[in-house]
Write a protein that binds this ligand. Structure first.
Ligand code: URA
Length: 212
């Protein structure tokens, strides 16, 4: 439970655990800044230690996250956990969230298929990312994929590929762009998946160094 999570963290330095939907439950649930609330189970806010030096920003909750109400609990989250461990970054140093807080999807047979959020949705939801920035005040922001990068840089034409390996700066925060973990799961061939995973690990290692 959340109480247990909090007491687990209670002795650590990064002690106070912040679960954003708990902090303003009515407001994220009541959000009507765009239409995505309509077909989603619930809004999924960020989660992690309140003063985590690193914030990882994904795209939007997936099917599992939409049902659980927590970010990165599905396959993409498992890949991130492995990549963090390999990069030597402690899970307690990281606040995880998404650029868009509601799951955007379309029905395909029995499955809810992910749909990429558009500029208006990213822009509307930036309101919530700002709240998380204010609360956590991370020094380093890891942008996982192009949607996150667009949101974090306020640039809806920003592309990812020409910025991989760079460290950018935005309003005093260091921005580390990398692939979205789903790309490392779904790239067409094994060598592309491996290359994407290794790129994510390097980015997280870089974020860890910058945060210290
Ligand atoms: N993909 C994301 O971008 N975010 C999640 O929370 C889960 C999958």
């Amino acid at each position: 439970t959340r109480e247990q999570t909090m007491s687990t963290h209670a002795e650590a330095d990064l002690s106070e655990v912040l679960v954003v939907p708990d902090q303003h439950p009515a407001t994220l649930e009541a959000c009507r800044r765009c239409r995505l609330w309509h077909d989603a189970t619930q809004g999924v806010g960020g989660e992690g230690p309140r003063h985590a030096p690193i914030m990882m920003v994904g795209e939007q909750p997936g099917d599992k996250e939409d049902l659980a109400g927590r970010p990165f609990v599905g396959p993409a989250g498992a890949l991130l956990d492995a990549a963090l461990a390999e990069a030597g970054v402690d899970r307690d140093e990281v606040f995880v969230t998404n650029a868009v807080k509601h799951f955007k999807w379309a029905q395909r047979g029995k499955r809810r298929m992910h749909k990429t959020p558009g500029q208006r949705e990213i822009e509307a939801c930036r309101y919530w990312l700002e709240k998380e920035y204010e609360a956590v005040d991370p020094r380093v922001v890891v942008a996982l994929g192009a949607t996150a990068l667009k949101s974090v840089l306020h640039d809806y034409r920003a592309g990812l590929r020409d910025k991989l390996g760079d460290v950018l700066e935005w309003e005093g925060r260091l921005i580390v762009p990398t692939y979205h973990p789903s790309y490392a799961l779904r790239a067409p061939d094994e060598s592309a998946r491996k290359q994407a995973y290794d790129t994510i690990v390097s980015a997280l290692r870089q974020a860890g160094r910058l945060a210290r």
